[in-house]
Design a protein around this ligand. Structure first.
Ligand code: HEC
Length: 156
């Protein structure tokens, strides 16, 4: 082998190594420092719950209805993230989906109760909605965050 081609080869190898390393570092950083879109959506839902709680105390049924519908129609994570989530949840997927569907159904019921200005029903639906949040979090929150963010504290 000629000296010049050895040099070329080793240059190629180091460029390849730098490339591979930066790829894997990029993967590590996205995995451990950036919250999922699912997390941003949950933060939005949490804000909606606060708005509803405040609107209930002011008996502002229009606001309750509007915000309950925002929960029912919450945006979805991008497809690529959904694939990661589905892969992680695995055999628990039907349980996860059914809790999510229940949340949606109760949010719709809450919007209807508010439209009827039925304060007792609004309060009952709101409590049911909070219970669904808790139920899903008790099962999925910790494992989910451990898996996607590692044992880190920032997102707890
Ligand atoms: C079907 C399951 C499910 C339901 C129902 C659900 N969540 Fe979540 N929630 C999650 C998961 C999974 C996470 C972790 C997401 C992450 O950290 O990327 C989460 C995270 C959160 C967080 C961030 C918590 C933290 O400690 O980091 C908030 C706030 C939140 N959800 C609010 C709500 C509210 C309010 C409701 C009900 C209206 C709700 N969620 C219903 C699954 C659910």
């Amino acid at each position: 082998m000629k000296v010049s081609s050895i040099k070329k080869n080793s240059l190629f190898i180091s460029v390849a190594l730098v490339f591979i390393c930066s790829q894997s570092f990029a993967e590590i950083t996205t995995k451990s420092t950036e919250p999922l879109v699912a997390y941003e959506i949950m933060e939005e839902v949490s804000k909606y719950m606060q708005i509803i709680s405040d609107a209930i105390s002011r008996e502002d049924w229009v606001q309750v209805k509007k915000t309950a519908l925002q929960i029912a129609n919450q945006r979805q994570p991008p497809f690529s993230e959904k694939i990661r989530i589905v892969a992680f949840i695995g055999t628990d997927l039907s349980r996860f989906k059914s809790l999510d569907a229940k949340k949606q159904a109760i949010a719709h019921a809450l919007a209807e109760s508010a439209a009827r200005k039925d304060d007792d029903a609004v309060i009952a639906d709101f409590a049911a909605l909070e219970n669904i949040c808790l139920e899903c979090h008790q099962i999925f929150l910790k494992p989910f965050q451990n898996h996607f963010y590692g044992e880190r504290e920032e997102y707890r």
